[in-house]
Structures are given as structure tokens and as C-alpha cells.
Design a protein around this ligand. Structure first.
Ligand code: ACO
Length: 330
């Protein structure tokens, strides 16, 4: 161990301008504001419009803002990790598209695919790369253009997802009062049957038939995902608290993946957190997959104080899930 710890020293989000409200969704599929609000807590979500713009367009805006805000020279960034399931292309990876567009020319980068847990996984990977002493400034991005893989004729999924991106800067610290302290990550491939996208990969490349069968869109069986998300997140939150001898009173914020307000409320109840300590912005953005956690930190930045104990938790397709414990450093 080098004795170094990785700390988040900057956070920035980006959401597209276009607001897709529940009222507009009522004109697209057979749904209504009451159902969406009571079942998910979502009132509106953002959609990235325009030709030839992908997930990188949002990641670029988030990174530009992050570098400017932290006064960081893009040439000083030595590693970029982009968590996404909606990369611009199958390859090259979106981390490199973003690095090139923002002048992070000395960085190597790669994408990380863990669905809604992607940002959390990427945060711990970035932290460990930095703690090894080899890297000094790491950018971790969570970004998804879910509107590119959502079927707007399927009311069971199209009301849930939105587009957005967030990015954090990781730097080393020797201050024991701040930084990323611990994580627990899990995955279980048995969950693949409940949340997936069938075609467009190597197993079933795109053909006219796959397009006609709408197999390039997300398919979800919501109930089992709901149950696994609740039990998975509450379990790892309790475990990481026990491992670090933390009581609820010691934690300033729980930052859960924004999948569904009812999931968030159930997890906070099972992990014994009052909702005043739980970050929630799902009503504004819906589920932006890898984007939700950095967008929460960005939205709540002015309510975070240096030294605050924060637990992040996520659950996503795969299944993938986890929790991460940090002390806020800004
Ligand atoms: N508007 C109106 N009615 C709807 C809609 C809609 N948008 N969607 C479904 N319904 C109907 C169904 O057809 C069903 O009708 P029926 O009883 O006549 O058959 C009824 O509402 C109930 O459907 P359920 O699927 O049982 O509803 P549920 O209460 O489970 O809520 C939901 C569905 C919101 C999808 C919920 O199961 C959920 O949030 N699951 C977890 C989803 C999630 O977190 N996904 C992200 C995981 S992270 C990642 O990696 C992407």
C-alpha cells in the first residue's frame, strides 16, 4: 500500500435541454401521470435530441465543466473511465471519444459496462488505479443516452429512462479525513433474463429481422428487478456500514441509484435511513443508468461538506450491484 487514498475533488453533471414530461408521454403510449408518479416517482426526464449525437456529447459537456470548475489542465489527466451501456459505437470506446474532444490527450481510457452499477464500479476501479501511485488525476464518467435503446411503444420501460451524464475528478490525498474508503461489489449472471437487450451484439448481430422485431431495445421484467434491487442494495449498504463500524447517525448522505422512488424508499427503510438523508432527483431526470449517481452528487453538491460520511449504492442489469463508502473531500 502506498498510503494514498483517492478523493473526489470535483463533480459536474450535464443533462440535455429537452424535457420529456409525463404529459407528453401520455400522447405517445397508453399511460398517465398518476400511474408513472405513484409507481416510479418520475415527473420528467431529459432527452438528447439531434442527428449524430451520442452519449459522448453529454460526457464531453460534463468533462469540460469539470475541468473548468477544478482549474485542471486536460493534459494532466492520465486516466479516463467512462461507464455506459450506450456508448457512441461498439468501438472505439466513448472514453476515448470524450478524451479527444476535451484535450485529455495524455490519458488512456476505456469504457466500463455494468449497466446502472457502472459508475460505482468505475469509481472504485479509478480509485484503486490511483492508490497504486501510477496515476495522479483520474476522470470517471457515468453517461447514458437511454433514449437510444428505449422502445417508445413499450409503456413498461419508456416511462422510466432518461438521458444524462456526470463526471468526477479523482486525485490522491494523504488526509485521513477524506477520500474513498471502502467498497463492496457484487454481480450475478442469473439476473440476465430479467433485463437485457437482445440484438446488436456478437450473439445476434443487427439484421433487418432484428430491427423489425424491435430487439435493439431494452426488455425488462420489472417485478423481479424491483425485488432484487431492493434486497441487493439494502444488503450491501448494511454490510459496508458493519465492516466500517458505522451507525446510521454517522452517515450524512445515502446516495442510491435513481431507478424508482419506491425502490429508493424501500432501501432506505430497510437500511434504517430517514429520507432526509437520502439524495433523490429521480423526479427530474428518471433513470439515467450510469448517470444517476454523479448527477445526484452534482445536484446536492452545495449540501455536502468536507468530511461528510457518504454511502453510494447502485443496482443494475446483469445483475450488478454494490455500495461504496467515502468521506467527502471538497
Ligand atoms: N402506464 C400505465 N400502466 C402501466 C405502465 C405504464 N407506463 N406500465 C405498466 N403498466 C401496467 C401493466 O400493464 C400492469 O397492468 P395489468 O395489471 O393490467 O397487467 C400494471 O400496470 C402493473 O404492472 P407491473 O409491472 O406489475 O407494475 P409494477 O408496480 O411492478 O411497476 C415498474 C412497474 C415501475 C417497472 C417496477 O416494477 C420497477 O420499477 N421495477 C424495477 C425497474 C428498475 O429499477 N429498472 C432499472 C434497473 S437498473 C438498470 O440496469 C437499467
Amino acid at each position: 500500500m502506498s498510503g494514498l487514498r483517492a478523493a473526489i475533488t470535483g463533480v459536474q453533471g450535464y443533462v440535455p435541454d429537452y424535457v420529456l414530461t409525463n404529459a407528453e408521454l401520455e400522447t405517445i403510449v397508453d399511460t398517465n401521470d398518476e400511474w408513472i408518479t405513484s409507481r416510479t416517482g418520475i415527473k420528467e426526464r431529459r432527452i438528447l435530441k439531434g442527428d449524430n449525437v451520442g452519449t459522448s456529447a453529454m460526457g464531453i459537456e460534463a468533462v469540460k465543466g469539470l475541468l473548468e470548475k477544478t482549474g485542471t489542465d486536460p493534459l494532466d489527466i492520465d486516466l479516463v473511465i467512462c461507464a455506459t451501456v450506450t456508448g457512441d459505437f461498439i468501438f472505439p470506446d466513448t472514453a476515448n471519444v470524450i478524451s479527444h474532444a476535451t484535450g485529455m490527450d495524455n490519458a488512456f481510457g476505456f469504457d466500463l459496462n455494468a449497466a446502472c452499477s457502472g459508475f460505482l464500479y468505475a469509481l472504485s476501479v479509478g480509485a484503486k488505479m490511483l492508490e497504486g501511485g501510477k496515476h495522479k488525476k483520474v476522470v470517471v464518467i457515468g453517461a447514458d443516452k437511454m433514449s437510444s435503446i428505449v422502445d417508445y411503444t413499450d409503456r413498461t420501460t419508456c416511462v422510466i429512462f432518461g438521458d444524462g451524464a456526470g463526471a468526477v475528478l479523482l486525485e490522491p490525498t494523504e488526509d485521513p479525513g477524506v477520500g474513498i474508503i471502502d467498497y463492496i461489489h457484487r454481480s450475478n449472471g442469473a439476473g440476465a433474463e430479467y433485463l437485457y437487450l437482445t440484438a446488436g451484439g456478437s450473439r445476434k448481430p443487427a439484421t433487418v429481422d432484428t430491427v423489425m422485431a424491435r430487439e435493439h431495445f431494452v426488455t425488462q421484467n420489472g417485478r423481479p428487478v424491483f425485488k432484487a434491487a431492493v434486497s441487493g442494495m439494502s444488503d450491501v449498504v448494511k454490510k459496508i456500514m458493519a465492516a466500517n463500524e458505522l451507525e446510521t447517525d454517522d452517515i450524512r448522505w445515502l446516495v442510491p441509484h435513481q431507478a424508482n422512488r419506491r425502490i429508493i424508499e424501500t432501501v432506505s427503510r430497510m437500511a434504517d435511513f430517514p429520507m432526509e438523508k437520502v439524495m433523490v432527483n429521480i423526479h427530474k431526470y428518471g433513470n439515467t443508468t450510469a448517470g444517476t449517481l454523479p448527477l445526484c452528487l452534482w445536484d446536492y453538491e452545495d449540501q455536502l461538506e468536507k468530511g461528510d460520511n457518504v454511502i453510494l449504492t447502485a443496482f443494475g442489469g446483469g445483475f450488478t450491484w454494490g455500495a461504496l463508502y467515502l468521506k467527502w473531500a471538497i
